[in-house]
Design a protein around this ligand. Structure first.
Ligand SMILES: *[C@@H]1O[C@H](CO)[C@@H](O)[C@H](O)[C@H]1NC(C)=O
Ligand SMILES: *[C@@H]1O[C@H](CO)[C@@H](O)[C@H](O)[C@H]1NC(C)=O
Ligand SMILES: *[C@@H]1O[C@H](CO)[C@@H](O)[C@H](O)[C@H]1NC(C)=O
Ligand SMILES: *[C@@H]1O[C@H](CO)[C@@H](O)[C@H](O)[C@H]1NC(C)=O
Length: 416
């Protein structure tokens, strides 16, 4: 149960008499102004009309002002108001009575209330909290066709004690849930959380509230609230069933909308056709799920598509992941091309082996210290010519220098 902090101020109003054109019209401030936490990052402001109202025939409304953590103001005729905002730095608001549609020209004094910041040592709360949502298909027996997963990651506060443990909660609408699947760092502290299925409505406009608090034996851990717009954190799936077909010099590509609660008409696509032969990219922005491109028949093409929910259906978000590439074309003469690739590769490989053998010789002389033995000039010559045959200039130089070393006979013996 959430604690409620209540501070009532200025119930006895000091009226702004000098502002009033008609001194009989004294507006009295509302009474019993309270701020109550009704959920993660969510408060309910409530007040009562002043019981000592004189002119009953005048229409009144209220001017609400949020002072912290972020300034905001609005008018309302109701006597309560829900407000969604991070609460880890506390919350203060004021309200006053105004004449209906007067744009606060005539106003009572303010009454204010405050919600204290929750306790916690500085630097102990998590930092860099990021969350993403993703939609997957539910199985056929399930009532709802889609399920939305949520993944959040964060970094441990720089001054959090080693025994700190963090806990993550999310709220979407009226639904609040604690994380069950944490990932931990080397000190066993939770640093990520995975909800395989949530009550988040992927088409909803409400913000997702995430709350991370913690506990430690050595310090009070400061909690953190963060709000996320779904369009900004939704990881859109890649389009499904991407297929392509070549007819002469035209390449026609087809795909289906991604797994998503949004209908077919809600997607923008980006198509990437890459010519594997010359590396040339063709990028297309599309709202249809078909595209026909002109190609030459000697190249191989890789084709990928990605999707984003279009701004006709919700606020612009990010592009999703690219689909797995599919490869088309260029299959007519694979043998000749493979030969051209394989031949130089084989030559390079052989050269590499030879140069490696020579390097091993070098290592050998280092491992076994020189034993002075009378030199055999004919053998010297043999070794030099042998390594020269490997062809590489580099190894040639190396080998010649070994020959000058007194101990090369050992290496010589091992070679022949
Ligand atoms: C203000 O609150 C008190 C105590 O809860 C209550 O008795 C009183 O009726 C309220 N005032 C108004 C005008 O509702
Ligand atoms: C965390 O966020 C801060 C500020 O937003 C940024 O400067 C820093 O690079 C981030 N750290 C990591 C590890 O991402
Ligand atoms: C389908 O979903 C229901 C409800 O979540 C679950 O109980 C059931 O085991 C699932 N069936 C299969 C085959 O996964
Ligand atoms: C963390 O927040 C949740 C939800 O507000 C609360 O139930 C829980 O007691 C808090 N835990 C700690 C350690 O503060």
């Amino acid at each position: 149960v959430v604690p409620v902090f209540l501070i009532l101020l200025g119930a006895t109003a000091t009226l702004q008499v000098d502002l009033l054109p008609d001194k009989k019209l004294l507006l009295l401030p509302p009474v019993n102004f309270t701020i109550k936490v009704t959920g993660l990052a969510q408060v309910l402001l409530h007040w009562d009309p002043n019981p000592n109202r004189e002119q009953r025939n005048i229409k009144l409304q209220y001017h609400v002002k949020i002072n912290s953590p972020q300034e905001d103001e609005y008018d309302t005729r109701k006597t309560e108001s829900k407000y969604v905002i991070p609460l880890h730095e506390g919350f203060t608001a004021s309200v006053r009575t105004i004449l209906e549609n007067s744009h606060s020209f005539l106003a009572s004094s303010w009454v204010s209330a405050e919600l204290k910041a929750p306790p916690g040592a500085p630097g102990t709360s998590v930092v860099n909290l990021t969350c993403t949502t993703n939609t997957a298909m539910n199985n056929r027996t399930h009532l709802r066709p889609y399920r939305v997963s949520l993944l959040c990651t964060w970094l441990v506060g720089k001054d959090a004690p080693e025994d700190t443990q963090y806990f993550l909660y999310y709220r979407y609408g009226f639904w609040t849930e604690e994380c069950q699947e944490y990932s931990t760092d080397a000190l066993n502290r939770n640093t990520a959380c995975w909800f395989p299925r949530t009550f988040i409505n992927s088409k909803g406009l409400e913000q997702l509230a995430v709350h991370v608090n913690g506990s430690s034996k050595h310090a009070a851990i400061k909690p953190l609230d963060q709000l996320f717009f779904l369009h900004a954190i939704d990881q859109v799936n890649p389009p499904m069933n991407v297929t392509a077909e070549i007819e002469g010099t035209s390449l026609s590509i087809l795909w289906e909308k991604p797994v998503s609660a949004f209908p077919v008409q809600c997607f923008d696509y980006e198509l990437k056709i890459c010519n594997m032969k010359n590396g040339y990219f063709q990028m297309e922005k599309l709202t249809t799920n078909k595209f026909i491109s002109k190609i030459d028949d000697v190249s191989t093409y890789s084709i990928q598509v990605r999707a984003a929910v279009s701004s006709t259906c919700r606020m612009a978000g990010n592009w999703g992941e690219w689909s797995q590439p599919i490869y088309m074309g260029g299959e007519q003469k694979p043998l000749a091309e493979w030969f051209l690739i394989l031949l130089p590769a084989t030559i390079c490989f052989i050269l590499l082996i030879f140069s490696l053998i020579c390097r091993v010789c070098h290592l050998w002389t280092k491992l076994f210290p020189p034993v002075p033995v009378p030199k055999n000039n004919i053998k010297d010559l043999l070794v030099v010519t042998n390594c020269e045959k490997t062809g590489s200039n580099e190894t040639e130089v190396e080998i010649i220098s070994y020959v000058k070393e007194p101990g090369f006979e050992i290496f010589e013996n091992s070679m022949f």
